[in-house]
Design a protein around this ligand. Structure first.
Ligand SMILES: Nc1ncnc2c1ncn2[C@@H]1O[C@H](COP(=O)(O)OP(=O)(O)OP(=O)(O)O)[C@@H](O)[C@H]1O
Ligand SMILES: Nc1ccn([C@@H]2O[C@H](COP(=O)(O)O)[C@@H](O)[C@H]2O)c(=O)n1
Length: 208
């Protein structure tokens, strides 16, 4: 079974995807980390994020170490958002994601284009969202926890900017798939959001 989880920045899709993977005993891929790894490569060798050619070079020999704290740093987040708009960068990362989704037994993947591009035939698609303000509160708290103190207005502006870039790009824009189940977590805490997601998946499987 493949479960596709998409949604905007800090909507809680990663938290939900990890919990679904645990609940259903499936492997999980956070596809945002791939774009972050490309961004980190580019940043470390001083490449120019405005150059699609240089961004594509940064996809070569991609070593992804999810424990690398720099993957989640602000400069890398900004570069990841920029390079993810390049069609050649997306194409370079496609096979890795589709292979993961296609493994025997299935998988859970979260990102922006899982239900629309990576796994359009996924048995279950969730589109996780929350208001921009709620997402900014969550992101600010997360950054605080990592010792990075950023003004709320700046976090909110960054969320708006990322939403705009992710939804307006030509290559695999952030879109809710027509057959996705919509989950708004604005009023839900983590446990409630996870329970709601598990319920939605189980209801969908029961109908199949
Ligand atoms: N329902 C919720 N209520 C409160 N906090 C939440 C909820 N869901 C997630 N969070 C917290 O919000 C932050 C962002 O969550 P998460 O990383 O799951 O979002 P995301 O959509 O995967 O983000 P991104 O795509 O930007 O990496 C985390 O600190 C997480 O613990
Ligand atoms: N399937 C995806 C996943 C991510 N992106 C872009 O990567 C950036 C980092 O992703 P996070 O989920 O870790 O925040 C993000 O800004 C997206 O633009 C993507 O395009 N497609």
């Amino acid at each position: 079974m493949v479960i596709a989880v998409d949604g905007p920045a800090a909507s809680g899709k990663g938290t939900i995807a990890r919990a679904l993977a645990r609940h259903f005993g499936l492997p999980h891929m956070d596809t945002g980390l791939l774009y972050r790894a490309v961004a980190l490569n580019l940043w470390r060798w001083g490449g120019d994020p405005a150059s699609e050619f240089e961004a594509l070079r940064a996809t070569h020999e991609l070593n992804l170490d999810p424990s690398d704290q720099e993957l989640r740093s602000e400069p890398v987040s900004k570069i990841a958002s920029a390079v993810s708009a390049y069609p050649s960068v997306r194409a370079a990362l496609l096979e890795r994601q589709q292979d993961f989704a296609g493994q025997p037994g299935g998988a859970v993947l979260d990102g922006r284009d899982i239900g629309t591009v990576i796994a359009p035939d996924a048995e279950v698609k969730l589109f996780v969202t929350a208001s921009a303000e709620v997402r900014a509160v969550r992101r600010q708290k997360e950054l605080d926890g990592r010792g990075m103190h950023v003004r709320f207005e700046d976090v909110l502006a960054d969320i708006h900017a990322r939403d705009e870039r992710d939804s307006s790009r030509d290559a695999a824009p952030l879109r809710e798939a027509a057959d996705a189940l919509h989950l708004d977590t604005s009023e839900l805490d983590v446990d409630e959001a996870i329970s709601a997601a598990i319920r939605l998946v189980e209801e969908k499987l029961a109908k199949a």
